[in-house]
Design a protein. Structure first.
Length: 568
């Protein structure tokens, strides 16, 4: 380690990342502490990890690559087996005739390079990437290093069914698979593993040469060890049976639902089956009816926004709209609102497609388009039930919007969602689908946009200094960091080495006052309405995210990712 430190230290001084005086002082303190000099310099922020990467690359004449900004195709990833990539800490970045370029953190490790040349039977070209970059790429492309119980189940299925020559064909033909115990155990274990890893979705994707299994954990897709390609047909057939789909139909999309128990918890899975070029793709959304946190604080509201929002949802009438893309937590926010205002003296009815979580004391209605029981039909009926509060899963058309607005104008408090990028954009969306501007102006109380960002793992959080690029992107000034608590997770067993555990929201709350109503009535463009909202005190998504970065709740990288295109 000392020799490696010496060559690196000389390079770092030559490249101007540090100077001989700092190195001499660091050497004394590092020797006393029993750590490497380079590690000591990085830990004390004298140099950055990126400086070390550049120094290594410069010495060996190699190119530095930033894996996080690259999209590496499946066929290239398949060239380096998962166990090889993890053992030698390498990521393939491109291939040409007879050559494979791999990203490695330490280009001086000749043993690794020789081993890769032998194992891959190809000439190796070196690229250099930082250790954290390689670690993140290994998790992204090769899945979690942590083994799942399903790993053993794959082997059991293959072993127990090795002599069966017709079982795949029978699965496709619709044979009852209830007798196929190994397969049942495998499918059940995939679901159990996903739940234990806190996944929100399970993705089973047929590719040309493999059957890929991925979990979405804290909003990020992570590949885990996947079933062999030969198990593709029976696994999909088993899931289609459980979800109540037509097992013999392979040409059209199908939707279904699976209910299962994991320990003492009752779990619902919303299942979607989509035909693709290489077979049917299955996506299962996990709905933990008992595990939903319904406090406004858990959603990510800071004290001032929480007070504003609590005042708004306590109003007797009007519409409150939550906007954002699919998967941004809109439904969870609506449930939290209902839970907050759910009292015996109020009647609350929801109209949803589908009912995702069951709340005690609330009347929940599920629409069914097949029999003509649409959002509009359900709304007309439930208003005769004399509710105080109505929650509509989503406003999709003029009919639903008109009924919702009329309900709000006749003494009902209405909650709903829209798919727009920001809060003021909801006004334009309502007008576009046919609602008169004066109705929008008179009925709307609040428009709120939201996104989800990952929460820093509490067990491995450490102080972090944002890079110059992050400072520019967020519009931060050095003096703003003096009293801040910017942090980043180092990665530990608790967060599966990701540095993040859980998610919360960042919000853009537009309270519609008399001035805003006049602008809506006058049909001003969205940018004018947005400027006026900012003048009235509305914080943008990025501004709210910056507050939470400075409070040590999330990282600059997360806020930048979630608010691309937003003006700070």
């Amino acid at each position: 380690m000392a020799e490696k430190d010496d060559y690196l230290l000389d390079l770092l001084v030559d490249l101007g990342f540090t100077d001989a005086g700092q190195v001499a002082k660091a050497r004394e303190e590092a020797n006393a502490a029993g750590v490497g000099v380079v590690d000591f310099l990085v830990a004390n922020k004298v140099i950055r990890p990126g400086d070390v990467t550049q120094a290594k690359a410069a010495h060996f004449g190699a190119e530095v690559v930033h894996l996080a900004a690259m999209k590496i195709e499946d066929d290239l990833i398949a060239m380096v087996p998962r166990d090889v990539a993890r053992k030698y800490r390498v990521i393939p970045v491109y291939k040409s005739e007879g050559k494979v370029a791999v990203a490695i953190a330490d280009p001086s490790d000749l043993n690794t390079i020789d081993s890769l040349t032998h194992l891959l039977r190809s000439e190796i070209e070196l690229r250099v990437a930082s250790e954290p970059d390689i670690e993140a790429a290994l998790g992204k492309y090769y899945g979690s290093e942590k083994k799942t119980m399903a790993d053993g189940a794959f082997k059991d299925v293959i072993k127990e069914l090795a002599d069966e020559n017709v079982w795949v064909a029978e699965a496709d033909a619709g044979t009852d698979l209830e007798t196929d115990a190994p397969l049942i155990r495998l499918v059940n274990q995939i679901i159990v593993d996903a739940f234990k890893l806190r996944a929100s979705d399970i993705h089973l994707e047929p590719l040309e040469k493999r059957f890929r299994l991925r979990y979405r954990i804290d909003g990020v897709m992570q590949e885990v060890k996947s079933p062999p390609k030969r198990l593709q047909a029976p696994v999909i057939a088993r899931l289609k049976i459980q979800a109540g789909m037509v097992i013999s139909e392979h040409r059209i999309p199908q939707d279904g639902r699976i209910q299962t128990k994991i320990g003492t918890k009752l779990i619902d899975l919303r299942v979607s089956c989509l035909p693709t070029n290489h077979g049917e793709s299955i996506v299962m959304r996990i709905l933990d009816k008992e595990g939903l946190k319904l406090g406004l604080t858990e959603l990510g509201f800071l004290s001032d926004d929480r007070a504003t929002f609590e005042r708004l949802i306590a109003l007797p009438d009007g519409i409150l709209l939550v906007t954002g893309p699919t998967g941004s937590g809109k439904t969870t926010t609506l449930y939290s609102c209902l839970n907050f205002i759910n009292r015996p003296d109020r009647k609350i009815i929801t109209v949803e497609d589908p009912v995702e979580y069951v709340l005690a004391g609330i009347n929940q209605v599920q629409v069914n388009d097949v029999i003509g029981f649409t959002f509009a039909a359900a709304l007309r009926s439930i208003l005769r039930q004399a509710p105080n509060i109505v929650m509509i899963g989503e406003i999709r058309d003029i009919t639903t919007a008109s009924i919702a607005i009329n309900a709000s104008l006749t003494g009902h408090l209405v909650f709903s969602t829209l798919h727009t990028n920001d809060a003021p954009g909801a006004v334009t969306r309502l007008v576009d689908i046919g609602v008169k501007p004066f109705l929008v102006a008179s009925s709307t109380r609040c428009l709120m946009a939201q996104r989800l960002v990952r929460k820093i793992c509490k067990k491995c959080a450490a102080p972090y200094t944002p890079s110059d690029a992050e400072m520019r992107a967020l519009g931060l000034k050095p003096e703003e960091l003096k009293n801040a608590n910017v942090q980043k997770g180092r990665g530990c067993q608790n967060c599966n080495n990701s540095g993040n555990r859980g998610r919360f929201g960042i919000f853009e709350i537009f309270v519609v006052d008399d001035d805003a109503r006049k602008l809506i009535y006058d049909r001003v463009p969205t940018n004018v309405l947005r400027s006026r909202a900012r003048e009235m005190g509305m914080r943008t998504l990025r501004e709210d995210g910056i507050r939470k970065v400075l409070a040590g709740m999330t990282t600059p990288e997360e806020v930048i990712r979630a608010t691309v295109g937003d003006e700070a």
